[in-house]
Design a binder for this molecule. Sequence first.
Ligand SMILES: [Zn+2]
Length: 260
Amino acid sequence: MPDEFPTLEVVAAIGVIAALVGTFQLRAALGEIPKRATELERALRSGDLDAARALCGRAEGAGLAAIGGAIVGALGRTPPPGTSELRRTSEAALRRAQRLAQRGRARDLVVAAVLIGAGAYATGAALGVGAFFYAGLGVALAATALSPVLRRSLLRELERASKGLLEAALAYRGARVGSESVECSTCGAVEALRLGPPALSCVERFGVERLDVCLTCGRVTGQVASPRAIAADPAHGIEMISALPPSENSSTAPDREHDG
Ligand SMILES: [Zn+2]
């Protein structure tokens, strides 16, 4: 029995330290995210991809570093990613960062269980532990109870940061794409009219992000991120056209021969 009492206090002390460290880490990340996100946005809007990359490396909050890293990584590719691709990249990174932030939840539960267990055992076995022991447990439990609140704020901050970063990334991409050659592949003219959002709002759902109209011959060119995602729907004016004779084109239509 004599060595049970210090063991219990050591367990309680570890629980207290774990609870406080966890809470302080959350507080620190919460303070850092908006600041780093603003710096990252500024770097992207000024077109400085290297500075953005460096900022991602310095970001202490793993969540923000993951989101920033994914967006900056996508922006650095050639050809530049489309609007919907950038959006998908940032959403996937946000989900990863949220999962990362949620991981602390299990640790909180373990810490709380250890603390409550230690307190209950000390009381039940009438070990005569001091008021200091219970005060420590109280502080640690209060800190652990605060964690879910902080974590929710953290998730909100991450979401806000990823939204701001995506906007900055779109601005960066727009500037880069805009400086590309617009030479017409039909007539060689170098002047074109570029249609983008909101002018293209009616075809945005198909993934059309911009259309260039040659001012000389009228040729229209553009790019759709995932053409296979558009389903043919003749009733609504979406028709499949092909240069192949119908019999050779069966791979694009459901094969009725194998239905029965
Ligand atoms: Zn042309």
